[in-house]
Write a protein of this length. Structure first.
Length: 94
């Protein structure tokens, strides 16, 4: 079963096991985003931490995704996860 089908099933019948399966299937997407982010040598940019942050973005995408839009979940999750992953890598301006 592909990711879009899993998400459609989750949206009609949400279960924690299905949610976990969606996250598990999306880890390669999150890792690819983390690999593209420029990360300075900083404790804020540990790759495992960024993967966890990306998973948080993915969960938010799953909660906010609606079926009435003509956008695949993969695309929606990509951009939301990218925003979450990019946040700690931005310089702090005071």
């Amino acid at each position: 079963m592909d990711l879009q089908s899993l998400v459609l099933e989750y949206k009609t019948n949400p279960t924690s096991s299905l949610k976990n399966l969606i996250v598990k299937e999306s880890i390669p997407l999150i890792k690819s985003i983390v690999g593209k982010v420029s990360c300075p040598n900083s404790p804020l940019c540990d790759k495992d931490d960024l993967i966890n942050i990306g998973a948080t973005g993915l969960l938010q995408a799953l909660d906010n995704y609606t079926l009435d839009k003509d956008v695949k979940f993969n695309t929606f999750a990509y951009y939301l996860s990218l925003i979450h992953i990019s946040e700690p890598t931005r310089p702090l301006y005071i």
